[in-house]
Design a protein around this ligand. Structure first.
Ligand code: HEC
Length: 180
């Protein structure tokens, strides 16, 4: 018992030292300008490294259906990345072009990602499949507006809802196998 008590002491001292250390770090953080969110990746990097794989996990969920808890966890993570990526591109310094339009377009991805995350948490494969078009259109709507080289885009879906396609009547014939 005495030995056990003795053993606890170094732990307590270490904890106290750690707490003191953290307090010091917090105090140091109080100095200088208050930190603001700051971009690390470029828009292109976010798109290629976060949004593209995350949305693919949802768009191909039918053929890559999760088969166990680990795979469901991975899909949940991808859906969460998709939803939270919308918040990342809503950072003031990341806005491209007209702010209001950018925020509304990003919100489409937020909504699609949040719904996909919810469905993934519930392990609801049918709901995820049903969300495919919403996810896909959330990319297309913004790209049509913000990417000058875009527009000669393809449709992964045969029959997108007319209201989701602002320039549907001018849209060229569908092409397969290109990025959204
Ligand atoms: C709110 C606007 C917006 C949304 C929403 C959006 N993108 Fe983008 N995306 C952009 C812009 C702007 C670029 C051009 C970036 C650049 O080249 O600087 C881009 C470029 C891309 C590129 C090409 C990157 C490159 O450099 O080749 C890919 C891939 C991409 N987006 C995927 C997606 C996917 C997938 C989604 C939906 C899940 C999506 N984006 C949603 C605005 C958006």
């Amino acid at each position: 018992m005495i030995a056990a008590k003795g053993d606890l002491m170094p732990g307590k001292i270490a904890t106290a030292a750690l707490v003191a250390g953290l307090a010091g770090a917090v105090a140091a953080g109080d100095e200088g300008p208050v930190p603001e969110p700051e971009p690390i990746g470029t828009m292109s990097e976010l798109m290629i490294k976060l949004m593209y794989p995350a949305s693919d996990a949802i768009l191909y969920v039918e053929s890559r259906a999760p088969a166990n808890e680990v795979e469901w966890n991975e899909l949940q993570a991808q859906a969460l990345i998709l939803a939270e990526s919308a918040n990342l591109i809503m950072m003031p310094s990341r806005v491209v072009g007209d702010r209001d339009e950018w925020m509304r377009d990003a919100r489409l991805m937020f909504d699609a990602g949040a719904a996909a995350y919810e469905a993934a948490l519930e392990q609801d494969l049918d709901a995820l499949i049903a969300l495919n078009e919403q996810v896909y259109m959330s990319c297309v709507v913004c790209h049509r507006r913000t990417r000058p080289d875009y527009g000669r885009n393809y449709k992964r879906f045969d029959d997108p809802p007319a209201e989701a396609l602002p320039a549907a009547e001018e849209a060229p014939p569908a092409e397969e196998g290109r990025l959204p």
